[in-house]
Design a protein around this ligand. Structure first.
Ligand code: PHE
Length: 354
């Protein structure tokens, strides 16, 4: 029995030295390790051996089997490395003096839409503000009238950092409190209305498909002053959307629930493709859902230090949350949201500002 194992070992090492590619390595592996292979044959021989020797030889065969498996793995890696090296050597070398297709670079479509909106809002007297991507629970939820353990928290799941109380902001509304605190004093002292838009990257714990992303952009806007009403909201939204799409748009409001606005709405625009008749873009409804909005909830204004206890309705305001990514999809006819974060220059470099 010992002799047989020794012979098989010699045979194996001799054949292994001759193997130079993955296919012949696999053939050799089957020859030794498959059900009908040499190792199984040795195992069969074991039955003919006296019982007291079985254990010793059984162990010898098993360690031979283990040795073979290790050798196969090692050789496999060697062959793959060699193949890769050959592939690299045979590839034509990279010539950095050749002209590229895209010599100047280009702006990302979301940047283009964002800048266009910033210009439009600036022309209407809005300040453009920036805000963090990492925020705390208070700014993302509590200051927005979404208390801890309230079921409204289920509307937005995001990513939490290992640092306590730090998370990736799930909506640009997370900046509302900071903006109210920044511009509140000027409103109260000199009557300068708060008018601000704040674009930003947002994150949600979402399964990704053609219309859902875990990373996307919004642009939030707020206006706060005395006597601000829903008509001001409708006026600003209509003006802005007509500018973005380069033609008059018709809007409508439907009730919508967000804890930080009261009343809250979904703002739809009449489908620009079919003019309201119904087509595949608007799922035959004639309308496209574009922008949640509403009158800022008194609790949010209170958290922002705007109204006093004595007069909780002295100042009122509206807020809207435009989906920038969504708008870019509509404006440029991008059907798959995943294109934006793909890094695929072929797709992303074809957009130009109008
Ligand atoms: N922050 C909300 C969201 O992302 C949108 C929103 C903003 C709704 C402002 C109302 C007012 O879902």
């Amino acid at each position: 029995m010992k002799e047989m194992i020794k012979k098989q070992k010699e045979l194996f090492y001799q054949k292994l030295r001759e193997v130079n590619d993955i296919n012949s390595l696999e053939a050799l592996r089957l020859d030794f390790l498959s059900k009908k292979g040499q190792i199984s044959a040795l195992m069969k021989e074991l039955s003919k051996i006296p019982n007291e020797k079985k254990k010793e030889y059984g162990q010898m065969i098993n360690s031979f089997k283990q040795e073979l498996s290790d050798q196969f793995e090692g050789r496999k890696e060697e062959i793959l490395n060699l193949q890769e090296k050959l592939m690299i050597e045979n590839t034509e070398s990279y010539d950095e003096s050749l002209p590229t297709k895209n010599p100047c670079g280009s702006y990302h479509p979301i940047t283009l839409v964002q800048r266009e909106l910033e210009d439009i809002f600036e022309s209407m007297g809005f300040d453009v503000e920036d805000y963090n991507e990492i925020v705390d629970d208070y700014h993302c939820f509590e200051a927005l009238n979404i208390p801890r353990f309230h079921p409204a928290r289920d509307m937005q799941d995001t990513y939490y950092l290992t640092t306590p109380n730090q998370l990736l902001k799930s909506h640009t509304s997370a900046a509302q409190n900071a903006i109210l605190r920044k511009y509140g004093p000027a409103l109260k002292e000199s009557g300068r209305p708060i008018r601000a838009v704040f674009p930003g990257r947002c994150f949600r714990n979402e399964a990704i498909d053609a219309s859902h992303e875990n990373t996307f952009f919004q642009m939030e806007g707020i206006m706060v002053d005395k006597d601000i009403s829903i008509s001001n909201l409708i006026f600003f939204m209509k003006t802005m959307l007509s500018e973005v799409f380069g033609r008059e748009v018709t809007v409508r409001l439907r009730p919508g629930f967000f804890p930080f606005v009261e009343p809250g709405f979904e703002l739809d625009i009449k489908c620009l493709i079919c003019g309201g008749e119904g087509c595949s873009s608007c799922k035959n409804s004639g309308w496209l859902e574009l922008c949640p909005c509403g009158m800022i909830h008194p609790n949010v204004l209170k958290h922002g230090g705007i109204n006093s206890e004595e007069d909780p309705f002295e100042y009122t305001g509206f807020a809207f949350g435009l989906g920038l990514t969504r708008l870019a999809m509509m404006k440029y006819g991008v059907r798959d949201i995943r294109a934006f974060n793909s890094g695929d220059l072929g797709t992303l470099s074809q957009f130009v500002s109008r």
